[in-house]
Design a protein around this ligand. Sequence first.
Ligand SMILES: [Zn+2]
Length: 174
Amino acid sequence: MERKKPLDYYVEYFPGEKWNETKGTMYRHMECKRCGQMSKCSENITAVTCSDCVQEIMNDAHGGPEAYGKTSTGRPRGWKWMQLYVDKDGTVFHRGEEQPELKGTLPPSVIKDKGNRLSKKEKEKIKQEAGSRLFKLKKQYKGLRWKKDKKTHSNTSNTYKKRLNKSESHCFLR
Ligand SMILES: [Zn+2]
């Protein structure tokens, strides 16, 4: 039978006082094997690394806390969903997946300013088009006889009515 090794680290019991501890209960604490700071641990623990040290070790391993921060890629919104996206350095992506063998074979994707927003002129054109189509539909409606035809008709009309609204004018005419 293996003899129980004496502990290498200093242990002390402190009464619970934190929000998640029971008042009057003694909690076992052990010195951190790295920095010596007392850290709460359970009875069967023989060595402890305190949370501060764990954080430090993690930061060292992963390039510091700034490694967790978001870094801008300089790529346009939705580039991951694009069939083909070529980065400024020539890296080619197919639906967000890097294609190393294609690097440098294609010109970098041209990113339009302000995403895919339409210009004022384009919006006006869409509204005009929607207006005239709506007008034609209204004339047609009088000639409709069947209920199902009327329903389809009013659905189409609603689409154009929405397009006439400013909020919907980004829709493309189909
Ligand atoms: Zn420590």
